[in-house]
Structure formats: C-alpha cells, structure tokens
Design a protein around this ligand. Structure first.
Ligand SMILES: *Cc1c(COP(=O)(O)O)cnc(C)c1O
Length: 435
C-alpha cells in the first residue's frame, strides 16, 4: 500500500519509507491511500475471535501487502502481550482499559508495534536509526520501553522540564541502554517543535537517519485501531450491544487515538458516534462548534497527556473527511472539562461505582454520562492507570485508595539520568551533531 502526504505536495511512498521518515517531505502527515473495509458479515462473528486474531485481521487490511503474513502475525501477537479488557462501570457505560501494558498507558500498543515493525524494516538495511520523540508524559515512556534494547535503534525522548509527573519521568529517564532522556526547558509544544524542526533540517538529515515515534508515525497510530474492534467484539460477546447503538468516547490530546477509531469506523466498525473529550485545551472543541481551527499555546491541566495546543493529527481528520466541517462535526461530538470538573468526576464515579478513573479517562466517562440516550451503550477509553497520576488522584480519593502497581514501583527505584537543553533549535541541533 502507498502512503500519501496530507499536504499532497510530494510523491507517495511505501510503508517502509513512511515508517522510517515519520513526517512527509512537505511537512504533511502520511495517510494510507486506501482504507480497506471488512465485509459486514465479519462483525456477525467477530466475538468468536481473540484480541490477537482480531488485531491480525485489522493489521492485514493495512499492512498485508507490505509484510509477509507470518511475519505480520508475529509482530501483532508479540505487540499484544497484554489484554485490553472492557470493564463495566455503570449499566450503560463501560471502560476500555488500555493500561495493562508495560508502562500502563494505551501508547504501549502503538509503540510496541512500531518498534517491531521498524526492527523488521531495519533488518533489511542494517542501518542505525535515531528515533526522536516528544512527550507530554506517556508517549516517552511507552516508546522508550517499546524500543528498549532493540538493535540498531537509539531513542531520544524530549520532555518538558517540571511538567510531567515523577512516575512518568522515571519510566524514560531510568532505562539507560539505547534510551536518552532530554529535559527541555519549555513546554510540550516546544518539544514537538524541536522534533519537527530536526526532521526538516537538511544538514542533520544528511548526517543522521532520523525518525519519529510520535503519534504522527503511521506505525504508531494505525495499530490503535486494534482495540476498538476488540472492544466491540467483547461487548457483543456479552450481549451488551443487542439493538443498542455504540458511542465511543476518547480522551483526546494530539488526536492519534481518536483518529485510529475513526479509521476503524471507516473500515466498517459499527459505531454510532465518537466523542472527543478535551481538558481545558479546547482547540478541537472550538473547531467542532465553530468550524474555525485556532491553535493556541497549551495550558497545564491535571490531565497533562492532553495538554496540546495544536493537535498534530487534526490534519488527518480533515483529510479523512475531505475538509468538511459538516461531516467532521457529525462524526465527532466535542466535550471539554476544567480541572475542577475532572476532580469532581473522579471523586463521584469512585464513590458511586467503586471504579477509579484517571484524570484523562474521567473526561471520557463524563462526556458519556452527559450525553448517553436510553438505547445507547457508551464505551470510554481509560487511557492510563490512575496510579500514573498518583499525586492528583490520591489527593482526590485518598492516597491509600491508589496503590502503586508493581510495574510502576520498579521504575521508581531506578536512578534518573537526563540531559538538560533549552528550547532553542540551534542548541538541540548542536547536541544531535555530537551523537
Ligand atoms: C497520550 C494520551 C492521551 C491523548 O491521546 P492522543 O492520541 O494524543 O489524543 C490521553 N490520555 C493519556 C493517558 C495519554 O497518555
């Protein structure tokens, strides 16, 4: 399958090139030239398939012409070494728990898939690749752990100083090996800008093979479609969807996760409506209301993985729906929540149902709670384990109610090693030229 740029000012490339380059030469994001649909009958019996089997069927629709079937199966099965279960929260609202992977957030799925795919493509060339990744918290840990020890790849994680939680930080600053943490004196948007500038810098790209592992990379965001299909199967298996419409609510920042869901729907997954739940960073929310897209600097919130002022995957949504605001605002409903609203939701859901949401998932839950009709079932993506935000969540429901999972405690024991840099591209470039 070929991949084109959303800017349409450069020629189409192969999957291999799209994965290694990350960003298209004209600064656009890569899109698959076609979205292969499932037959409607696939959904009649989907509940008989396991998560891995469903994921492999989805992967074949995207990557089947580029990777031998057996190899693709190995990559998919190896990526999904953990489950993404659907858990009942209320009679009509279910949580899709995406936090059972190594770093307890949904980004493990895309990061693990991308590491394995890149390793497969590099196996052919024998080249050394440098992965640059900007993170507002969870991407860095997922990518660092997904790529840890993978031969021929070195990962540079750029993160905003003092703006990620201690637990998040420990997951990419304590690994060593082929992982280097860069602590940037700036915001997440600064980190993202530095990474984008590096990809577009001619000199750097002549000297180094650079690639991105942000959700702009097709190998990161497309595999996120896997768990939407699986969630549908698991709900159907339990008879929950009988004559009901499915509404899926996605806590949204850079919009990679929801874009993968929209792709799943284009492939035939029966979803009535998507919800993009924002925190105070409401650029998408405003676009959905007004048709005007006005990026602005991000503001800090307690759902910090969604503190994004100019979501990179927005252009993919525009492209997918041919820039029609009408279509986009039909497919996606927007909601936004302030920090105090998020706190209230975490507290209330916990006291009424016993279910502990993290601050991101809480936005997803509350949007369903406010909008769900009688004949509808709501599924929200619980994008991270609440203990990843133990400072905030502990304060809301009491620290003793937020035990630290073993996996996280292990990271906290490691020694932090990071390199501090300011937010100027010239300094970042100087650093890269010394590696
Ligand atoms: C990254 C992240 C998000 C936002 O996902 P996008 O794909 O960037 O929209 C939401 N919640 C958590 C916990 C995250 O780590």
């Amino acid at each position: 399958m070929k991949y084109y740029s959303t800017n349409k000012n450069t020629s189409e490339v192969s999957l291999k090139e799209a994965v290694i380059k990350g960003l298209a030469a004209d600064k656009g994001l890569f899109m698959p030239e076609q979205i292969n649909k499932f037959e409607p009958s696939f959904f009649d019996t989907i509940q008989n398939l396991s998560f891995q089997e469903i994921a492999f069927a989805v992967a074949e629709k995207f990557f089947g012409t580029d990777i031998p079937s057996e190899k693709l199966k190995e990559i998919v099965f190896d990526t999904l070494s953990f489950d993404c279960p659907v858990v009942k929260v209320t009679d009509s609202i279910f949580s899709l728990e995406l936090f059972h992977g190594p770093t307890l957030a949904f980004k493990d799925v895309g990061a693990r898939f991308m590491a394995r795919l890149l390793n497969y493509f590099l196996g052919e060339t024998g080249k050394q690749v440098n992965v640059l990744v900007a993170t507002s918290g969870d991407t860095g840990s997922a990518v660092a752990n997904g790529f840890l020890g993978v031969k021929g790849i070195h990962v540079y994680v750029l993160y905003p100083k003092n703006k990620v939680s201690k637990i998040q930080e420990s997951q990419f600053t304590t690994l060593g090996n082929n992982i280097t943490a860069l602590e940037i004196d700036g915001t997440f948007d600064d980190c993202q800008r530095l990474v984008k500038s590096a990809f577009l810098d001619k000199e750097l790209n002549e000297e180094l093979l650079l690639t991105s592992a942000n959700s702009i990379n097709v190998a990161r965001f497309l595999p996120q479609a896997f768990y939407y299909f699986n969630a549908y199967a698991r709900l159907k298996e339990r008879g929950i969807l009988n004559n009901k419409e499915l509404i899926i609510s996605v806590p949204s920042g850079n919009l990679g996760n929801i874009t993968a869901g929209l792709f799943a729907a284009e492939m035939g997954l029966p979803v009535k409506q998507f919800i993009a739940a924002n925190n105070a960073n409401d650029v998408l929310f405003n676009y959905l209301q007004t048709g005007k897209y006005n990026p602005k600097p991000s503001v800090e919130t307690i759902a910090n993985a969604m503190d994004v002022g100019d979501p990179s995957n927005f252009v993919r949504i525009l492209d997918l729906y041919h820039h029609s605001h009408n279509t986009i605002s039909e497919k996606i409903k927007g909601f936004k929540y302030s920090d105090s609203e998020i706190r209230k939701v975490v507290k209330q859901v916990y006291s009424e149902t016993g279910y502990l949401c993290d601050p991101h998932g809480a936005c997803g839950f509350e949007a369903l709670n406010q909008t769900l009709a009688k004949n509808q079932v709501g599924l929200f993506l619980e994008t991270a384990h609440p203990a990843k935000f133990t400072e905030t969540v502990g304060e809301i429901v009491g620290a003793t109610n937020v035990p630290l999972p073993e996996k996280l405690a292990e990271f906290m024991k490691g020694k932090k090693i990071s390199r501090e840099l300011n937010r100027d591209f010239s300094e970042f470039k100087r650093f890269l030229r010394t590696i």
